[in-house]
Design a protein around this ligand. Structure first.
Ligand SMILES: [Fe+2]
Length: 287
């Protein structure tokens, strides 16, 4: 079974079209679009709504007509959270086009494969905070913050005291515990488990900023070590593979993939899975 994995497309229409062509050319079985799917610049409320209404719905129809294979996608920290409902209901009318909700599992029964989705991210100093979490109870908040806000359907609400807000939320470590049971159960039932998690793990070179700083999640690394999904798909730090030349790595037996993304060149991974032997046969990056 061949999976085409892309992430952080940020509404780049050229990339979306290339993904569709690749899916046909490489005869993939499913496509997973990791997170951060909507445009990033301009007036987010209008550009993201327009993108869904005027592009994504047509894309779903075109996908059905030309590819006709399951397409799974979810939203990330740069996608306005309240639009999750639009995406979820939009997809109700497009059977092959599936919007993955946070903490939910999606079974591909004919293939004995399940995708378990988690899309909150480790806190950063930038604006949109809806999906930001502290990594664990010992994590701290960057002292410098560039205008923390929550997005609502009406606009943005300034967050006066982000520290006070952040410590009220469950941490990534706590949230991941809630899906441990699901993953263990699916493994017992002989499923290939794909963990789709926007934030990359720390410690395996998939989370490196341009200045060389690792910014991945300890909680995600520990979670992967603990539950060992067969495949773990990440994104978020677009530049990391260009800095390290690492597009994937292993945490114990789990293959962790982070293809990164560029505006002028589509980054992607094609992962070949042997469903019968419950193993990863191979991975190809950008080719
Ligand atoms: Fe992101």
């Amino acid at each position: 079974m061949k999976i085409l994995y892309v992430t952080d497309l940020h509404g780049n229409i050229n990339h979306y079209e290339q993904v569709l062509e690749l899916a046909k050319r490489k005869d993939i079985d499913i496509c997973i679009n990791g997170a951060d799917v909507l445009p990033k610049g301009g007036d987010l409320h209008s550009t993201q709504r327009i993108f869904i209404k005027e592009y994504l719905i047509k894309y779903a129809k075109k996908w059905k007509k030309e590819v006709n294979k399951p397409y799974y996608f979810t939203t990330g920290n740069d996608d306005l959270e309240f639009l999750d409902y639009n995406l979820f209901f939009t997809c109700k009318f497009h059977k092959d086009f599936r919007f993955m909700q946070n903490f939910c599992s999606y079974e591909i029964k004919s293939k004995n494969v399940v995708i378990v989705n988690y899309n909150n991210v480790k806190d950063y100093p930038f604006g949109l905070k809806n999906r930001c979490r502290l990594d664990n109870k010992n994590d701290d908040i960057d002292l410098i913050q560039y205008g923390p806000v929550y997005a609502t359907s009406d606009g943005f609400e300034n967050i006066m005291d982000w520290r006070a807000e952040a410590i009220k939320k469950p941490t990534i470590e706590e949230e991941l515990k809630t899906i441990t049971y699901d993953i263990n159960l699916y493994k017992k039932r002989g499923y290939i488990v794909i963990f789709n998690c926007h934030v990359p793990p720390i410690g395996c070179g998939l989370d490196i900023l341009l200045n060389g700083q690792p910014v991945g999640s300890d909680a995600v690394t520990n979670f992967i070590l603990n539950v060992q999904p067969h495949l773990s798909l990440h994104g978020h730090i677009h530049e990391s593979p260009m800095v390290t030349n690492k597009y994937y790595n292993y945490i114990d037996t789990t293959l962790c993939v982070q293809p990164g993304q560029e505006i002028n060149k589509l980054h992607y991974a094609v992962i070949d899975i042997d469903e019968n032997n419950c193993s990863i046969k191979g991975i190809k990056i950008n080719g």
